[in-house]
Design a protein around this ligand. Structure first.
Ligand code: 13P
Length: 254
């Protein structure tokens, strides 16, 4: 069964007072009752989120982690440390990290391994640029990103991953992939996972890229879209809860 999953990626946004208002708004709502919902705040606010969401069904994730467990790695945060604090999910390989911070497929694969070792669920982001889509290379790009992780961690480990398809041209642009475009790529991803030996029917594949209250329901109606990784709209209580409500109304795939 693939229960719908909605994850808010706060990116580099937040402050104690703003976070508190947002978290209290989310925790009191029935919109999150029938789905898996999570927030991923910046590291300094991780514990605030855990504390304010304690006793609710909403879980907390991180936006990144170190490929290393411990040692002389200044500035790094290990998966085991996050797990200690109650972390459930960790976003890995977001296009902003790949593009702005030079994360290669090899780094992404190492981080997926590190997350699994720490007992966290990696939310593995893949997606093509506008030029790659226009040149017809979207599927090849996404396949290469997935295969890089597969060759490092193997099929069994990949079965424990959530995949997030985030076309780069749709992130923060207001340009959402159409439900058809997203569904077609999600099906491609599921088939590819199945082909390489992953039990793909059980893997949740999220869509990310300008998801909002107005477009979420149509996306969630698609058979292979199991939820969303939400950026901008996850910073407002109403926006995030409307997306959660749309996910609750959609059918859970048995
Ligand atoms: P937006 O929802 O702001 O487009 O961001 C999507 C994203 O990058 C989530 O990880």
């Amino acid at each position: 069964m693939r229960k719908k999953l909605v994850i808010g990626n706060w990116k580099l946004h937040g402050g104690l007072a703003r976070n508190e208002a947002l978290l209290l708004g989310i925790r009191g709502s029935d919109a999150v009752a029938r789905i898996d919902a999570a927030v991923c705040p910046p590291f300094p606010y991780f514990q605030q989120a855990v504390e304010l969401l304690r006793g609710t069904s909403v879980t907390v994730g991180a936006q990144d982690l170190s490929a290393y467990r411990e040692g002389a790695y200044t500035g790094e945060v290990a998966g085991e440390m996050l797990a200690d604090l109650g972390c459930r999910w960790v976003i890995i390989g977001h296009s902003e990290r790949r593009q702005l911070f030079g994360e290669t497929d090899a780094v992404v694969a190492a981080k997926v391994g590190a997350a699994l070792r720490a007992g966290l669920v990696p939310v593995l982001c893949v997606g093509e640029s506008r030029e790659q889509r226009e040149s017809g290379a979207a599927e090849a790009v996404v396949a290469a990103q997935l295969e890089a992780v597969f060759s490092a961690v193997g099929a069994k480990a990949l079965s424990g991953v959530v995949v997030a398809y985030e076309p780069i041209w749709a992130i923060g642009t207001g340009l959402t992939a159409t439900p058809d475009q997203a569904q077609s790529m999600h099906l491609f991803i599921r088939n590819l996972l199945q082909r390489i030996g992953v039990d793909a029917m059980g893997v949740r594949i999220l869509y990310g890229g300008s998801v909002n209250a107005g477009n979420a329901a149509r996306l969630f109606d698609e058979k292979d879209i199991d939820g969303a990784l939400v950026g901008g709209a996850s910073l407002q209580v109403d926006g995030f809860l409307a997306i959660c409500r749309a996910a609750s109304a959609a059918v859970t795939i048995e």
